[in-house]
Ligand binder design. Structure first.
Ligand SMILES: [Zn+2]
Length: 92
């Protein structure tokens, strides 16, 4: 008898329980999904090691190859980080 193909659950974008919006183009970087979010939990920013307070708009940065490895950044710190990494590209 006909069998329905069972679809594996999509590893698509998972609904985060926080409001979010697209990050400005200036915050985008190839290989990462960058979104602007405002959460109700504090996070620690890897840029400055300081707390991102709850309800503060900040960026969540998700490596496309390692979605579990996402980080929350202050907007300012992420921009600084981008400037830094853009300034010293890995030379082949
Ligand atoms: Zn920071």
């Amino acid at each position: 008898m006909p069998r329905k193909n069972r679809r594996a659950p999509d590893e698509g974008p998972q609904p985060l329980r926080m409001p979010q919006s697209a990050a400005p183009v200036s915050a985008m970087v190839p290989g990462f999904d960058v979104r602007r979010v405002s959460g109700d939990k504090p996070y620690v920013c890897p840029g400055c090691d300081l707390e991102i307070r709850a309800s503060t708009w900040h960026y969540v940065v998700v490596p496309q190859e390692a979605p579990d490895d996402r980080r929350h950044w202050h907007q300012r710190c992420w921009e600084i980080e981008l400037n830094r990494t853009r300034g010293r590209r890995r030379d082949p």
